[in-house]
Design a protein around this ligand. Structure first.
Ligand code: 5GP
Ligand code: MN
Length: 345
């Protein structure tokens, strides 16, 4: 039996809103990761089983290593079909927002979501959500939004309705947000849920392979180059910084998702507790921050880089140049020296 994490009132309110809805839009965040994709598709398959007309909208294109996910081709990409999607949204009466806590995480979709006339349910696990929905299901102690989707479906009394595609999506999100169950994954109930998903026929080994073992040759060569030429290790701060310019990315035919996981690599060095990937985008510089132990990277991201996230995984952005951003980060490190020293590796 699972602990009843989601408050009864929220379960009932969600159930009622879903029941009375005639057309539902599921929305998730920009550059959707595995948990965004998993929670959105998990909800989609569930609602489809209930014969609810449902659409999924993401702000921009997802990485190609999600192409295998059941029903992924149904996902609408806002950047590419803005007008048609605006039109579709006007015929929806319920929105389910998944895996983000502020509308600034959905890029150009922000306006459409804020102007939406129907009701909204938020399902998320990031701290301090904005007051952005009628029903806010926010549990930051839960390691993935996909796990919350499973818990919500079960609490609404629909465990039997979960089919293999739904279970596959949920497992994908649970797996990717815990680094394949290597961090944030000590809650025994995670493994109870996995055993329940296995009874739905998921192939967890295949899901792992689909996500982690389908990269391109270029991506692996970019990784080799990055580690040998572009990783700066600062032992005095237990920190490593990786930078990648547009030119370098282009040289390796960069595709969305190719640098996924790079930021975690320096954390396999003994004694390194803080790792930052700083990457040039077309309009800005994007930072990915990761840590081990108690070092709160979300605090660094929120204070200095217009971002946020979780204690051990966060992101942010900068409108300065790549070089200036690195300089800024290096100026910040001394302020955190003590916290870095006591963080367990
Ligand atoms: P990633 O480094 O994989 O892009 O992001 C790691 C986590 O940091 C995400 O799951 C998300 O919670 C958070 N995150 C990433 N980028 C941003 C950002 O620009 N703003 C905020 N608030 N959070 C972010
Ligand atoms: Mn998540």
């Amino acid at each position: 039996m699972l602990t009843k994490i989601i408050a009864e009132a929220l379960v009932n309110e969600s159930n009622e809103l879903i029941e009375k809805a005639s057309k539902i839009a599921i929305i998730t965040h920009i550059s959707p990761d595995g948990d965004a994709m998993g929670s959105a598709l998990g909800l989609y398959h569930f609602l489809y089983s209930l014969n609810k007309e449902t659409i999924i909208i993401v702000p921009n294109r997802y990485a190609s290593f999600f192409d295998w996910m059941p029903a992924v081709s149904q996902i609408l990409i806002y950047d590419e079909h803005k007008e048609q999607i605006d039109q579709l949204l006007s015929s929806c009466d319920l929105m389910i927002l998944a895996d983000f806590n502020t509308n600034s995480r959905i890029g150009q979709l922000k306006e459409a979501v804020e102007q939406f006339k129907g009701e909204k349910i938020l399902i998320d696990h990031h701290r301090n959500p904005d007051n952005m929905a009628d029903v806010i299901i926010s549990y930051p102690t839960i390691s993935s939004t996909s796990e919350l989707v499973f818990r919500l479906i079960c609490r609404m009394g629909f465990f039997e309705t979960i089919n293999k595609p739904c279970a596959t999506a949920i497992y994908t999100g649970m797996m990717t947000d815990t680094g394949a169950f290597t961090f944030n994954s000590n809650n025994p109930e995670i493994y109870f849920i996995i055993s329940e998903l296995l009874t739905k026929g998921i192939d967890k080994d295949q899901i792992y392979n689909n996500i982690y073992n389908t990269y391109s040759t270029d991506r692996l060569r970019l990784m080799g180059y990055t580690l040998s030429e572009k990783m700066e290790v600062l032992p005095e701060y237990k920190t490593a910084i990786i930078t990648l310019t547009n030119e370098e990315l282009n040289h390796y035919n960069y595709q969305e998702g190719d640098t996924e996981g790079f930021v975690n690599l320096p954390l396999s060095i003994k004694g390194i507790v803080f790792s930052v990937l700083i990457k040039e985008n077309t309009n800005n510089v994007k930072l990915s921050l990761r840590s081990r132990g108690s070092f709160p990277v979300n605090q660094v991201a929120a204070t200095y880089f217009h971002g946020g996230g979780h204690i051990n995984a966060a992101g942010g952005e900068s409108y300065d140049s790549l070089i200036q951003t690195v300089e800024q980060l290096k100026q910040v490190l001394p302020l955190y020296k003590e916290q870095l020293e006591i963080s367990e590796s």
